[in-house]
Structure formats: C-alpha cells, structure tokens
Design a protein around this ligand. Structure first.
Ligand SMILES: Cc1cc2nc3c(=O)[nH]c(=O)nc-3n(C[C@H](O)[C@H](O)[C@H](O)COP(=O)(O)O)c2cc1C
Length: 461
C-alpha cells in the first residue's frame, strides 16, 4: 500500500499577520512585499520547486490603524492568484472569500475563472468574516449573527457548487461542420429561490480539469466545524499540540461521517510556524528571539480588541480584573477566539495586563528543533492522525529556506512527502476525488435524462 504523504501548504503574509507586527523588519522582506506581485511569484515558485500542494491567501476587509502590517495594505486574493496562475504550473492556488459579503453567482464565476486560468488548480477558502466592521463597507449597520452567518454560508456554498455544474463536460460541441457550438441539453439553469439567495443561472463558464474548485474551510466554532464537515475538502485550523491536533482531526472526520462523507474526502491542514536550528536548543533560542522581537505590549493591547469586535481595551485599568463584559462585543465578531481568551483570564483570575502578557509570552511550537526533530514531529502527527498536511506560515525567509533545504529532504528520503507532482490538478495532488457533474451523474445513475432543471439541484438548495 502507498504510504500516506504529508500535504504542504504555504501561507503568504509577507509583512506579518496577527501577532507579528515586526516581521517586516527582516532585511530580507521588502516593506511593500504584501502588495508586490514579484514577491508572491518568487515564493509561489519556491514552494512549487519544493513540491508544495498549495499557496494559501488569507483575507479580511476591515482594518484600523492597529491592524497587522500585512492586513493594512494587501492584494485582493483572486486578482493575485490569477497572476500566480500564469506564473506557476503545478501548485494549488487557494484564496479566501467571504460568503457574508459576496453573492454566490459572482463567487462561482470568479473561482471558475481562476480554475480555468490555472488549468484546475483553484481552491476557495470559505469564511464568514470575523471582522464585524466589514458590514460598514457593504452598506450594513452591523455584521450578521452566527446563525445567519453560517446559514448564509451553507446556502451560498450549495448555490455556488450547483452553479459550477451549469455545463456538463461535453456541453461545448464546437462542431464547425454543423455550426453547432453548444449542446443545449447539457446546459442547466438553476432557478434557486432560498432563504438568503435567489439565483437563476446558468453560470456562463464551463468546468475545469478538476471538475470543481476545492473547498477549504476555517471556522472553529461548532457551526464552523459543521460547515467544514459538510462541505470542506481542506480544513484549515490551529493545532497548538499533538493531543489537540488528534482531537480536532477525529472530531471533524466524525462530523463528516455523520454527513455521509468518507474521511478520505477531506484533508486537515493546521497552520504552523516552523523553526529550524542546528540543534534543538539553538532552534528554541531562535524561536524565542523571533517571538520577543514581535512582542510589543501596547500594540498587543490594541490588537486584543480585534476578536472582540475591535473593543477598546485601552480604556481599562491594566491591573484590574480582565473586563469580562468585552465578550458582548464579540458576538458578531471572532466569538470563538474571544471566548477562549475570556475563559483563560477568568480561570486564572488574570488582570488585563496579565492576560495580554500571557497571550504574548513566548510559546513553544511543536515544530521547533533540529531538522531531524521537526521531520520526526511532522511524521508523528501524520502517522498519529493529528493532520493530513501542514500549512506553513512563511515568516522569515531564512527559516523557509531551512525547512525546504533541511527538513523536506529528510521527509522525502522516508517517502513522507512527494518527489514529484503526481497530478496536474490541486484536487488530484491532494488525493481528493474528481467531482462528477451532478447532471451527468444523475443521467448515468438513472439511465435517463436528468430531472428537470428547476428541481435538479438538491432539495435543500
Ligand atoms: C485557522 C483559521 C484561519 C482563518 N482565516 C480567516 C481569513 O483568512 N479570513 C477571515 O475572514 N476569517 C478567517 N478565519 C475566521 C473564520 O472563518 C470565522 O469567520 C471566524 O473564525 C469566526 O467564526 P468561528 O467562531 O466559527 O471560528 C479563520 C479561522 C481560523 C480558525
């Protein structure tokens, strides 16, 4: 039997995301890297040379002057990925788009375009937007509550996936002799009228070599996990330690089974920073120094507001107990994360100062050590079903080089990562099944023409 191989993703936030306000001070990182397409092309190609499965573009659409450097000034994901599509050949291109502030037709069309431009390498990271302030950029007074956010997300996804099947794969005859361009029986209108969206269809673009773009999902609440279990094919998450990784992995795969899916239909990819040194001790020292360089109490205090709907924590006495009432502002923001912080403070009786200091304290990543140690740990997580792959944050370029140049060769030697791309598509490389067009499938299963177009999509759509 073929050995299960570690999937590899590269998260590109060059000037620094949350908790990393000073990454951009690294002389190797141009200050404008987050808006410089040449930087992205360079790193996408480096990741492709190292046979990574995908590059991952995170996104959000509400900022304040206290937002992390990368968030302050960055490229729109699909525009960026289109440029990467024509600058690379094999690597998957995954972009974040929110279901809360986009219409399904537009999302379906843009991802289908990226999928054709890249010849089957597109992936959509479906988020519902944690930043409540986004509402103000889209004509709303406030962000949706959780039930609405996730209700919209589920319906949005169903509509997008149905739109992607608007054309069967043999729809375009393009027969010069008969002057027949399209077989109209292979074009399908949707006529969707749902709780949140009304979409007639059909979508005006055909499918790619992978059938449909790959769906990624990153929510961590109960509703978020359910959405991932139901639709996700790649699950992006945090995993602070092996036990938490195993618990998340088995939770999400058993939720998927409850939706009638096979565990093989979704891959779990926690995000991680990797630090490699000549010895384990040296790596821990590099990790500590890197984290301390990012540590800035006043900045962290302001950034703490983000999960709490940009609650202003600067107005409190730092040495009074952590203000539990801030959690109310998180209800339409990053509630899961805000609740964890509030619980941490209350369980330990922390003041606001102690809470910020605890969140800021240098942390020991499981993936810090000599190249051999990091390779062994990744292998342990893979074999112990704590992950299927890892989404590596490209922080400091020197560390990315060490991962590629020192850790990957060890894993490659053991057959734990690939030598060469096996497939042309993202879906193929991730080991995910090709999605057969629903109308083609229905005809082959029933031995008849598909059910009428206005009822052909699943009843829930
Ligand atoms: C690992 C991870 C990565 C995420 N990346 C993004 C992102 O790029 N953009 C975004 O708007 N939300 C992102 N989210 C937020 C979720 O999509 C979700 O909206 C938010 O976490 C609040 O929902 P939850 O309580 O279900 O997690 C991410 C969440 C996690 C756990």
């Amino acid at each position: 039997m073929l050995r299960r191989q570690l999937k590899l993703g590269a998260v590109l936030t060059p000037t620094g995301g949350p908790g990393h306000p000073y990454t951009w001070l690294d002389p190797e990182i141009p200050g404008d890297a987050s808006v410089d397409i040449d930087w992205y092309i360079e790193y996408a190609r480096l990741a492709e040379e190292a046979k990574f499965d995908l590059v991952f573009i995170v996104d959000s659409q509400f900022i304040t002057a206290d937002s992390p450097p990368h968030y302050l000034n960055r490229l729109e994901p699909l525009t960026l990925l289109s440029a990467l599509a024509v600058s690379t050949n094999n690597i998957g291109l995954v972009g974040t788009l929110t279901t809360s502030y986009n219409q399904p037709f537009n999302v379906a069309r843009r991802f289908a375009s990226l999928d054709l431009i890249s010849r089957g390498r597109a992936g959509w990271n479906v988020v519902t937007s944690g930043d409540g302030g986004t509402a103000g950029n889209y004509g709303l007074d406030e962000h949706y509550d959780y039930a609405t956010r996730y209700g919209r997300a589920a319906e949005h996804l169903e509509v997008v996936q149905a739109l992607w099947d608007s054309y069967e794969d043999d729809a375009f005859v393009r027969d010069r002799a008969t002057k027949r361009f399209l077989d109209p029986s292979r074009q399908h209108t949707l006529n969707h009228r749902g709780e949140y969206f009304s979409v007639t269809g059909p979508l005006n673009i055909s499918r790619s070599a992978q059938g449909q773009p790959v769906i990624f999902q990153a929510g961590d609440s109960d509703q978020g996990r359910d959405l991932g279990a139901r639709f996700g094919e790649g699950i992006f998450t945090h995993a602070p330690n092996f036990e938490a990784g195993v618990a998340f992995y088995s939770d999400i795969k058993s939720r998927a089974a409850a939706y009638g899916r096979s565990p093989e239909e979704l891959v779990v990819l926690p995000g991680a920073f990797i630090t490699v040194g000549d010895t384990d001790d040296e790596a821990r020292e590099i990790e500590r120094e890197t984290q301390l360089a990012d540590n800035d109490f006043q900045r962290s205090l302001r950034e703490l507001g983000r999960p709490f709907g940009w609650h202003d924590f600067s107005r409190y006495d730092l040495d009074a107990p952590f203000p539990q009432e801030a959690l109310a502002d998180a209800e339409r923001s990053f509630y899961t994360q805000a609740k964890k912080i509030t619980e941490l403070a209350s369980a330990n009786g922390f003041t606001l100062r102690q809470t910020v200091e605890t969140l800021n304290a240098p942390k020991k990543s499981p993936f810090t050590g000599s190249a051999e140690t990091v390779a062994n740990e990744l292998q342990r997580w893979l074999d112990g079903r704590a992950l299927d792959g890892i989404n590596i944050h490209i922080g400091h370029p020197a560390q990315f080089r060490r991962f590629v140049g020192e850790v990957l060769p060890i894993l490659r030697e053991r057959g734990a990562v690939r030598d060469e791309y096996e497939h042309d598509t993202l879906r193929g490389n991730l080991g995910l099944p090709f999605i057969e067009n629903r109308y083609t499938r229905s005809r082959s299963e029933n031995g008849a023409e598909p059910t009428p177009i206005d009822t052909a999509v699943p009843a829930t759509v």
